[in-house]
Each structure stands twice: as C-alpha cells, then as structure tokens.
Design a protein around this ligand. Sequence first.
Ligand code: SAH
Length: 329
Amino acid sequence: MERLDAFMARANAAYYATNDPFRDFTTSPEISQVFGEILGVWAAVVWQQIGSPDPVLLIEAGPGRGTLMADGLRAIRSVAPAFAAALRLHLIETSPRLRTMQMERLPQATWHGSVDTIPEAPFILLANEFLDALPIRQFIRRHDTWTERFVIDGKFVEQSARPLPSLLAEGSWGEAVEQVYELSEPALVLARSLGHRLAAHPGAALFLDYGPEHSAPGDSLQAIRAGRPADPLADPGTADLTAHVDFATFANTARDAGAIIHGPVPQGIFLAHLGLFQRTDRLARTQPAERAAALIESARRLAEPNRMGRLFKAMALAGRDVPTPPGFE
Ligand code: SAH
C-alpha cells in the first residue's frame, strides 16, 4: 500500500525515464516557437526591472525537451544582448532521459534535481506545466471525518487521515456530504523556497499551468496514456499523471515566505498582452503560406478561451521592490 503522492512520484519518475512524453501530449512551447520567445522577452524586461544584475541566474523548472528555453534564448540574444551576456542558465530536471535531450540544445546549462542546490543570487525562473506534474495527496471529508487515499493493486483504499495537515485542519469547509481535497506538498515546498529567495534577492518567477483561479475541492488527478485519458492507477510508469494546480494555496504560501504575487491571469490574456498575435503575424509574413497559416492557428490554440487560453493561467512571484512584471498590469 502506497500513499497517493508516493505512487504518483514513482509512476511519473518511471514514465519520464522511459517515455518520450511529448508523443503523448503537446505543451505550449511545442505548439509555437512564439511561446518561448515571448517568455524570453518577458525575462529580459524583468531583468531590467530588477536593476539588470550581472550575473543573474536564469532558471527553468521542468524544461522538457528544452524548446521553451532555446526559443527564449534566441529572442533574448536579439532584444537584450546585455542580459544574454549576464545570465547563467540553471535547469531543474529529474529525468535523466530529458536531461540528455536538454544537454543537446542547452549545453551551457547547469542541472539540478531541485531548487535547493541552486546558488542564492538574483534570479528569474520560468516554469511551464511543471507544477501539474508534482505529486498530490488526496483527502476525503465526510462531514467531520477525514480519510486519505492510498493505492493498492491499482485501486484506492482510504485510511484515517491523522494527523490532518494543518492547511486542511484550519480550513472552513462547506456542508457537502462528501468532498475530495488535494494537497501538493512539493509545490508548497517550492513556493516557500522561492518566497524566501525573493525576500533576500532581486528576482521573479513565472508559472504557466492549468488549474482554477480559486481553490476548489474535487478530484483532478488525470492520466494520459498514448494520447488518451486513462485510468491513473493502472500500469504505473506508462502514463503521464497530472493534477490541477492550486494557484491560490501556492500563492499564499509564497506570500507568507516573502514574495509579492501577480495574477493568476488567463494564459490567453497574458500572451495576447505580450504581443502573441503581432509577433506571430510578423513571423508568418516571412513564411510560405502553409507554414504561415499553421503559425496563426497555433497562436489561436494557445490563446482562445475554449482551447488553452482560459484553463491555463500565468502567475508571477516577485520581490517586494520589483515593479509589476509585464502581462500583469
Ligand atoms: N516545460 C516543458 C515540459 C513539461 S512536462 C514543456 O512545457 O514542454 C514536465 C517536466 O517537468 C518534465 O521535464 C519532467 O521531467 C519535469 N519534472 C517532473 N517532475 C519533476 C520534479 N519533481 N523535479 C524536477 N523536474 C520534474
């Protein structure tokens, strides 16, 4: 019997070690090069907002194939060569397989298993679809009785939840007869660590991910196997497991540790504000008709509310003296 977060950690580690996740699902940087370019320009503006520190750490959490950062660095070199010269690239990645892919595209980087080993210094962090991959615990409340979900032989079993994590014990909950509550402890450890760093050094961290704006109870654990929704508990290591990001709890935790929070705002509004369509048009004009149409279609996919524009959100953590970062005004 394994607690759900331990099961999810083990299943995802095996999955990312043996599969090419990008055969099973497509992320924003893999949809359009303009996504990474925009985040690169965002980082360049934030670098100026924090006083152009040199050196500065440019960190990405969960870089996947390295596409976002490769596109971002190309844009940075063209719009902000001084930032390109000042930045030191640090990547947080646990999968040896993906590290190998990243090394080919980003040979200048230093790799870390978590944020803990990254030097204390001014930094800008980017993370797309990283938090949704972090393990969650699931608790069930029936009136005043709480249980926690464990996994055995591909099925959930419940055990009495004692001690109940303080976040749940201190919450005030509605009258629903039965409700599932999720808690990602690794996400909150990261929020706390970034909050402390932002209280001590100039910097900002940008997270793009999917989840509701306000914390809401409900079971959001999902699995994608071979491109299709699947049973999350069956055949661990053969499917990508994710859960909705609880932005509000992440934000509160980072704020308590010393960060200022901006957003979350819907991804579509964030990207449009930062010039997604203008950049895409400019690029499309230089391309053959078919490729131009594909570029415009991919920008729409990222931004339209009924596609990735609304469920996905952008949220930034920043230091107290940092002006509001681009896209959050
Ligand atoms: N940002 C990329 C990849 C998203 S998939 C993109 O948008 O395409 C999630 C990424 O996070 C993968 O690179 C995965 O290996 C990494 N990852 C998952 N859990 C992790 C953890 N606990 N620590 C570090 N990296 C992790």
